[in-house]
Design a protein around this ligand. Sequence first.
Ligand code: NDP
Length: 297
Amino acid sequence: MKVAFLGLGAIGAPMARHLAPQYTLSVWNRTASRATDFARENNAQAATSPADAVRGAAIAITCLPTSREVESLLDGEDGMLGAVDRGATLVDCTSGDPATSRRIAARLAERGVGFVDAPVSGGVSGAVKGILTIMCGGDEGAMARARPILEAFGEKIVLCGPVGAGHAVKAINQAMLGVHIWSLAEGLVALEKAGVSTATALEVINASSGRSNTSMNLFPERVMTRAFPRTFRLALMDKDVRIAADFAREHGVPSPLLQLVSELLREARRELGEEADHVETAKVLEEWAGVEIGRKA
Ligand code: NDP
């Protein structure tokens, strides 16, 4: 069975790597050298265009920055729409937005092609290990076709509702992550300024009710060590949290915290630039306060 994978970025590449041993895998990437390198190293085929990638594939997976880029790959001579087989399913692992996905799904449906939005959580390390959480939106038939392929890199795979539901859940998850990072950075900066050991504070918080993945893993591994590896761009998290804030607003829900964290992350992105990692947000708080977390032993 042929599977196509489009978008070999930081998380797309390790996801696609799990598919190569199990399927006839065709990969496409905007920067073609990444696809040819991947194909050589993983016994896959490098496609010359999105159309070339999806032709004859039962499942086509996209993993791009936003839904806008996914939509842009549909049209034109090299676009997916003119080449994808009737009966195939497009599985979009982008952290996208529900409204654009509904539009994409409707266009595909006109051609007898299914659609599942299937954004992932678990980071690059989760993708490498093949243990991502995948939150899906779509109908049960499309989901049944997508699930065995998603199992190659996912551990917890949940159908959340109709098309767009996966993206909505992902956006809200990202807003929670944004709140955790921002609030922990503010709190640790205050403790640092007051002369309290932030290593001790983290040890206590991680045995208390305020703990989170951010306090248990991200800050100990990335902030306290000053390693700040670049695995998930702040620019992408800003985009995710904006989707969450817009989603709440579109549904007429009072959401002061979602709106605020979205504004704060936009500011952090402005200050740190397009390539900064999401955890580097802590540096903005450090800069504002004039202290560095983890200085006091
Ligand atoms: P990257 O920025 O590392 O990679 C983006 C990919 O999209 C690259 O393959 C890039 O191609 C391609 N691309 C960018 N613009 C276009 C375009 N206009 N047309 C076609 N292709 C394009 O992103 P990630 O891999 O980190 O993220 C991908 C998605 O997964 C995002 O929605 C992100 O929010 C989500 N995600 C990421 C996680 C992570 O830890 N990194 C965790 C969970 C979700 P090129 O090589 O040419 O630049």
